[in-house]
Design a protein around this ligand. Structure first.
Ligand code: X8Z
Ligand code: ZN
Length: 687
């Protein structure tokens, strides 16, 4: 948000039938759930009452003028994009105050162009123009961004978000073993992230977890409340009910909220199996007094990540068959004398083997593939489109290691996407929806990560083709992907709820969602003076999050479509599309249309009609062997799922503010939970 034009570079971030399973998730239905039900019901009623969103559009129905405007916009916006992207590149590859100033100046010029362009675009009665491409471009221009705000308000919003980022980036905390000489200068990256990943001490992780929240939340809370107010004002000026509705509109489907909720419900049983298995392993590791209850949510600091969103860092605690560890290809890469240049060539060859495009000349001249020693650079890997149909680059401080080889493939997928949609008008030079770029890049990694692929490119001598190695592989993937599902789901559930219902009891609402969907609880008591969502950068920096959930699900849909095209036979997690021209054609078809067609249609074509929206089944299929294994492992567990007890929810619930709904609901669900738990332990439902 914030600008009309799509983002032109990608920071990385780097990116079965279970229905009979009688899992138990209990504890209170969060009030959020109840409220959402009421909101959906109200929406339904209002839609029956002929409610429809009033699009912002004017009276000019002259197609010639609309096309003329779009041509001019295309030229101006592309040149501006080139200018801004060059300034951004210069800054992140040489961090100096002077380069920062140049970048800020370029961005402010772009903001001006965006505002003027939006004002022109909404003069047209675009929804009735006879040219579908013009209609779509104007629609996209009119819906995006916060440009509808008066200039002073827009500046205020920009200032608040900048302040929040500044507070977040400057937050520092004291070390765990604080002696008089130690300095309180630990930041999130890298120190606290390392503690969360590597420490196996309950108290040390708790310290990092709590200190980070103490250093951020309370300072951010009031600013965030102001931000919500102005973001909503912008959305209303743009014809939306609130900023959440505006965020969802970018996907162009009526029922995004229902689609994501349904997909999450379908995947939740798999998540609960993983949760039960991991909880049981953590119980073995964390001895009393740090008791982890076998029927309760897990204390949130124990899962190897500051937000418990990705559990791959605790692989050592939960690896099913330690004697069958995944072969480390890093040593083989070193033995074979790999260099960053070679890693990029290997990635390029992956794509050309499928009939896709080689990297252009500029790419080889201008990319930054190794960490320079003479200046400060932002080393996070990213892929760049300079919006002039020539200049594409990767920035990656590449080390010779397997993870970095995966990253080069991921980044190059973004470049492939840029190259394939480069002939389209500027507005359409983007992913089919905000999740598509990441989904494609991660779908490619599902092939590249397989032992089969590592063997084919000469980095593994022989593939150990046995059940235990397979389960180890899938469990590692699940700690990365399945564990992430509920977190990726709730961030925007929470944010949309705040946008639509207000900022009262925000922290309680956050923990209701976290405990209900993710099965984690805070390790220490929380209150409304805390602002725990503020510990996550995307929340305070105004970055939509549902794209990560959508991308997580879509990548398996795309992987399956590519594997079907490649004629893959066997389980989905062993598929490698390398050298398949057919898979290459499907990929090229998806990428060449950019954002010019609805993503649902692109998906329908790619899946040969089997999907027109989000579909959980490919992800379930990928993890099916693991899911069966987990059920066997968990057969003696007291509970698959969790009950949030009174004691647990007292850690975050605002009793005085909750009202009677809370108490009644609490009694009912506790009775239900006890009943179900008794049935479960007595009659042993099969999982
Ligand atoms: O924000 C990111 C990347 C940029 S696309 C750093 N990610 C999400 C997160 O950190 O929460 C990657 C995984 C999900
Ligand atoms: Zn990416």
């Amino acid at each position: 948000m914030g600008s009309l034009g799509p983002a032109r570079w990608w920071e990385d971030c780097h990116g079965l039938d279970l229905s009979s399973t009688p899992d138990i998730v209990s504890g209170r239905q969060p009030r959020a759930e109840m409220r959402r039900f009421l909101v959906i019901a109200a929406l339904f009623v209002s839609r029956c009452g002929a409610y429809d969103r009033t699009f912002i559009e004017g009276a000019n129905g002259n197609l010639g003028e609309a096309l003329q405007f779009l041509r001019e916009y295309d030229n101006e916006a592309s040149s501006m994009c080139t200018r801004v992207t060059e300034a951004q590149w210069l800054y992140v590859t040489n961090i100096t105050d002077q380069n920062k100033k140049r970048m800020v100046d370029a961005l402010s010029l772009q903001a001006k162009l965006d505002r003027v362009s939006w004002q022109k675009a909404i003069q047209f009665s675009w929804s009735s123009l006879p040219d579908p491409m013009a209609r779509r471009q104007l629609n996209m221009l009119a819906l995006k961004g916060r440009v509808a705000l008066p200039q002073d308000k827009q500046e205020e919003l920009t200032k608040i978000v900048a302040e929040m980022k500044e507070i977040f980036n400057r937050a520092r905390v004291c070390p765990f073993s604080n002696s008089a000489s130690s300095q309180c200068d630990l930041s999130l990256e890298p120190e606290l992230t390392r503690v969360m990943a590597n420490s196996r001490s309950y108290e040390e992780q708790l310290h990092a977890w709590k200190s980070w929240r103490d250093a951020t939340g309370p300072k951010l809370r009031s600013r965030f409340i102001n931000y919500v107010e102005i973001a909503n004002e912008a959305a209303r000026l743009n014809g939306f009910r609130d900023a959440g509705e505006q965020e969802r509109a970018v996907y162009g489907v009526d029922d995004l909220m229902n689609q994501v909720s349904e997909v999450w419900s379908t995947l939740a049983p798999l998540y609960r199996q993983l949760h039960a298995y991991v909880r049981s392993r953590l119980r073995s590791h964390y001895a009393p007094p740090h008791r982890i209850n076998p029927t309760a949510p897990i204390p949130a600091q124990l899962l190897g990540n500051m937000w418990a969103q990705n559990w791959k860092n605790i692989l050592d605690l939960v690896l099913p068959y330690p004697g069958k560890r995944r072969a480390d290809v890093t040593s083989e890469m070193l033995r074979q004398g790999y260099t960053p240049q070679r890693m990029i060539q290997i990635s390029e060859e992956f794509f050309t083997s499928m009939g896709l495009k080689p990297m252009p000349v500029e790419f080889w001249h201008k990319s930054l593939l190794e960490r320079p020693t003479n200046r400060h650079v932002a080393c996070k890997a990213s892929a760049w489109d300079f919006c002039n149909r020539r200049d594409y680059r990767i920035k990656q401080c590449t080390e010779v290691a397997m993870d970095d080889l995966l990253t080069t493939h991921h980044e190059m997928t973004h470049i492939q996407y840029y190259l394939h949609y480069s002939d389209l008008p500027y507005v359409f030079r983007d992913g089919a929806n905000p999740a598509f770029h990441e989904a494609l890049a991660d779908a490619i990694l599902l092939s590249v990560t397989t032992p089969k692929h590592m063997h084919r490119i000469g980095l593994l001598n022989n593939i150990t083709d046995d059940y235990e190695t397979d389960i180890n592989f899938l469990l590692e993937m699940a700690l990365d992907k399945v564990a992430y599902l509920p977190f990726a789901f709730i961030v925007d559930q929470w944010r949309w709820q705040v946008f639509s219902e207000g900022t009262r009891n925000m922290n309680t609402a956050w923990w209701e969602l976290r405990s209900y969907h993710q099965g984690v609880i805070p390790p220490v008591s929380r209150s409304e003076d805390d602002f725990d969502p503020g510990s996550k950068y995307h929340i305070i920096s105004d970055q939509p999050y549902i794209r990560y959930f959508i991308s997580l699900v879509l990548q398996f849909q795309i992987h399956q479509a590519l594997c079907t095209a490649a004629g893959h036979i066997g389980t989905l997690h062993t598929c490698d599309i390398y050298r398949s021209r057919e898979a290459g054609r499907v990929l090229a078809d998806i990428m060449s249309v950019g954002a010019s067609r609805p993503w649902t249609e692109i998906l329908r074509v790619a899946t040969k009609g089997s999907a027109t929206g989000l579909d959980a089944r490919p992800m379930l299929e990928y993890f099916k062997p693991l899911s069966l294994w987990l059920r066997v492992q968990n057969r003696d567990e007291k509970m698959i799922g969790w009950v949030t007890s009174e004691q647990d929810s007292a850690l975050y619930e605002q009793w005085s503010r909750g009202g009677s709904f809370r108490v009644d609901n609490c009694i009912t669900t506790t009775i239900l939970a006890v009943f179900l738990a008794t049935c479960y332990s007595r009659y042993g439902f099969s999982h």
